[in-house]
Design a protein around this ligand. Structure first.
Ligand code: MRU
Length: 353
């Protein structure tokens, strides 16, 4: 772990046989940690957005399965494997759009199938889950290196939602690229959108960038067109919850709107995501967009801000088509259009997919 800086926000940690996560529902007012010793606590934390962000929930799912093995009283390999499968299904059901939970569960189940007895399964699962936690940080740093050159000294960069330390184990994907550019001596200014309705931009991105002494300005989501039309933004960078073979990017609701405005104003629009976020098998019709509670848009602090009983549409994610995306930054390098070709080539080269 010597690649960690002392003061980094550590969103997901493995400590004394428990998973320690930053409780993001308390930010920006309090930086407090929640300790989970049971996989059901982690499932609940993911569902209630205590921990969120595609890579972070993937790592949490892997560590939740490690907890299953620690807590299990199973005497046979079959018994332990079926406990892991049941827990995996529970974790996958918490948030359907981000591919990372599926990826993490699949990877742990695959490794568990290699164990010849209960003790060996436990050992293999522990090793794999901890490698995944450590890899997440190394991957983010590699992604940062791969994307740093796209940003110039003095650039003003817009970001949406939170694709930072708080969405990963630490360092971040989109914000990781900005951190890497700053480590290369470039002075960047950031514009964070508030990201209605859950406010990941104002509560989390603004918090973590100020925590790291970035020059950051907060705007309302409705100001995106204004700041672009007035040439107040040089580039946009966001994260992703799932990327299809075609280059369609699933990310926080509002991303598509921002990408469209960026396209109209000829502002480069970048996506930063690890290879674990790519889903080469599914098509758009197979992916469920998480539909969230009406309360998120009709209430603020439990006070109604819309007529009682109003019907709502509250999707958590949208899809940005490839023609609006200038480049996709991964730990294996920058992918450029046509994505069908560049994504296929890079995934084939990656052993871990
Ligand atoms: O609903 P959330 O907060 O989990 O949504 C998070 C996002 O949309 C992020 O942009 C995405 O997970 C990329 S995080 C590196």
């Amino acid at each position: 772990m010597n690649h960690l800086h002392r003061k980094e926000l550590l969103t997901v940690q493995w400590r004394r046989n428990a998973v320690q996560i930053i409780d993001q529902t308390k930010l920006p007012n309090k930086l407090v940690y929640l300790t989970c010793t049971d996989h059901r606590e982690i499932a609940k934390a993911i569902k209630s957005l205590v921990v969120r962000g595609a890579p972070a929930i993937g790592i949490c799912a892997a560590l939740a399965l490690l907890l299953v093995t620690l807590n299990s009283k199973a005497k046979t390999e079959r018994g332990l494997r079926s406990e892991l499968e049941r827990a995996g299904s529970l974790l996958i059901s918490t948030r359907p759009t981000a591919v990372n939970i599926n990826w993490a569960v699949r990877r742990i189940l695959q490794i568990s199938s290699k164990g010849k007895n209960v003790k060996e399964i436990k050992r293999l699962v522990k090793l794999e889950a901890l490698i995944m936690l450590d890899d997440d940080i190394l991957t983010n740093r590699k992604m940062g290196r791969a994307g740093s050159d796209l940003f110039y000294d003095g650039d003003v960069v817009m970001t949406h939602c939170n694709a930072g330390s708080l969405a990963t184990a630490t360092y971040g994907t989109a914000l990781g690229v900005l951190r890497a550019a700053r480590e290369d001596g470039k002075n960047l200014k950031v514009i964070a959108t508030e990201t209605r309705p859950v406010m990941q931009g104002s509560r989390l991105t603004a918090f973590e960038l100020m925590y790291d002494h970035f020059d950051v300005r907060l705007i309302s989501d409705t100001a995106v067109g204004y700041v672009m039309a007035n040439r107040m933004v040089d580039k946009v960078i966001v994260g992703a919850d799932r990327i299809l073979r075609t280059g369609h990017v699933y990310n926080k609701i509002g991303t598509y709107q921002i990408a469209t405005m960026a396209h109209i104003h000829k502002i480069p629009f970048y996506v930063a995501a690890p290879i674990s976020t790519f889903d080469l098998k599914s098509s758009i019709s197979e992916i469920k967009i998480e539909d969230r509670s009406a309360d998120e848009i009709t209430k603020i602090k439990n006070i109604l801000i819309a007529p009682k009983g109003i019907h709502t549409i509250n999707p958590a994610f949208d899809i940005t088509p490839p023609n609006l995306i200038t480049g996709i930054i991964t730990e294996a390098g920058l992918l450029e259009p046509p994505y069908q070709r560049s994504i296929g080539a890079i995934i084939q080269r990656s052993k871990r997919y």
